[in-house]
Ligand binder design. Structure first.
Ligand code: FMN
Length: 316
């Protein structure tokens, strides 16, 4: 698929979420209600091109059911973006997305992700290096925010002059972190800018969408090509379905879905690459909405390993 032009309108994306949207959870979501596009968690190109490679490469492992899958990358050095892009093409990813939005303090202190809004020459170099590595074989996109301290259309203008396949805009500034509601009016303004500067670039809106119906409404209202949903999946693993069957899921069905997740987790991360505590955030997703859910969660969250967790789930 070239440049995502074949996707339906609006198309839906499961947002990249660190320690959440790994291959295991993407397979669970694919089995519930698929988005049109998946993203990996962000993976650091400087780490990938260093001795830390072996550990990091597992973060971008995937199976065919997660396709089309976009690899999201971040880092500092353009030459590492170039090499990584070449490798991602060879690995069969459907696209490459550059993270220019993460607001994390350490990341920003290192001059990466949202800090690139304040180092635009490097931002352009990074995009060009990634595009050169991808060599037109797969699309290159960027995910960003509304600005660093303030809403900043000059940033989107710069990005829209880079011949990107897609630009995903989380409707908050870096300074706002996640503290205020996403500003969809401003996302709409980026789309207007796109119409003038780069009609070929698809615009994806992101922030606070909790259902497919709401996503379709926002896409229509602001004339967006796609909608990206992140935290909405925590409240409904079927968030990409209309209607979602989740509210009617019984206690046993919820336990079965969590069991499937833990089984996949155990098969995938056999050498403790991910700690069992990382499952606790999923425990809240599935083990909820029935009598006794809180007590069961309290028990499950104390499991020391996946086998123990599976025994407790079988007994519940
Ligand atoms: C736990 C968590 C991890 C995240 N990790 C990433 C990431 O790796 N890359 C990225 O671009 N955004 C990341 N984000 C931001 C989301 O992709 C998304 O932009 C943000 O949550 C707003 O969308 P939402 O309101 O639909 O969740 C993360 C968000 C959360 C909550």
């Amino acid at each position: 698929m070239q440049a995502f032009q074949d996707l339906p309108r609006p198309f839906f994306i499961l947002a990249p979420m660190d320690d959440v949207t790994d291959t295991v959870f993407r397979r669970i979501v694919a089995g519930c209600a698929r988005p049109d596009l998946f993203f990996t968690e962000f993976v650091n190109v400087d780490g990938l091109q260093s001795v830390g490679r072996e550990r990091l490469i597992k973060r971008i492992a995937f199976t065919d059911v997660e396709q089309p899958l976009v690899a999201q990358i971040w880092g500092k050095r353009p030459e590492n973006y170039f090499k990584t892009a070449q490798e991602l093409v060879a690995m069969g990813f459907a696209g490459i997305d550059i993270n220019m939005g993460c607001p994390d303090k350490t990341v920003v202190r290192n001059g990466c992700c949202s800090a690139l809004m304040n180092n635009r020459d490097l931002a352009v170099e990074i995009i060009q290096a990634t595009q050169a590595g991808a060599a037109g074989k797969i699309p290159v996109s960027v995910k960003t925010r509304l600005g660093f301290s303030e809403v900043d259309p000059t940033w989107h203008e710069l990005l829209l002059r880079q011949n990107l396949s897609m630009l995903s805009v989380h409707g908050r500034t870096r300074k706002q972190m996640s503290a205020v509601p996403a500003d969809w009016e401003q996302i709409g303004k980026v789309r207007e800018l796109r119409d003038r500067l780069s009609p070929e670039t698809l615009i994806v809106g992101n922030g606070d969408v909790s259902s497919r119906v709401q996503g379709v409404e926002l896409a229509q209202q602001y004339q967006l090509d796609g909608i990206m949903i992140g935290r909405g999946i925590f409240h409904d693993p079927f968030v990409f379905a209309t209607p979602s069957p989740w509210a009617d899921y019984t206690k046993q069905q919820r336990i079965d879905l969590y069991t499937k997740h833990v089984q996949l987790f155990a098969q995938t991360w056999q050498h403790n690459e991910r700690r069992v505590v990382t499952l606790n955030k999923f425990c809240k997703v599935y083990i909820n909405g029935f009598d006794g859910a809180k007590e069961l969660r309290d028990q499950l969250m104390h499991a020391d390993n996946a086998d123990h967790l599976l025994q407790m789930l079988a007994a519940a």
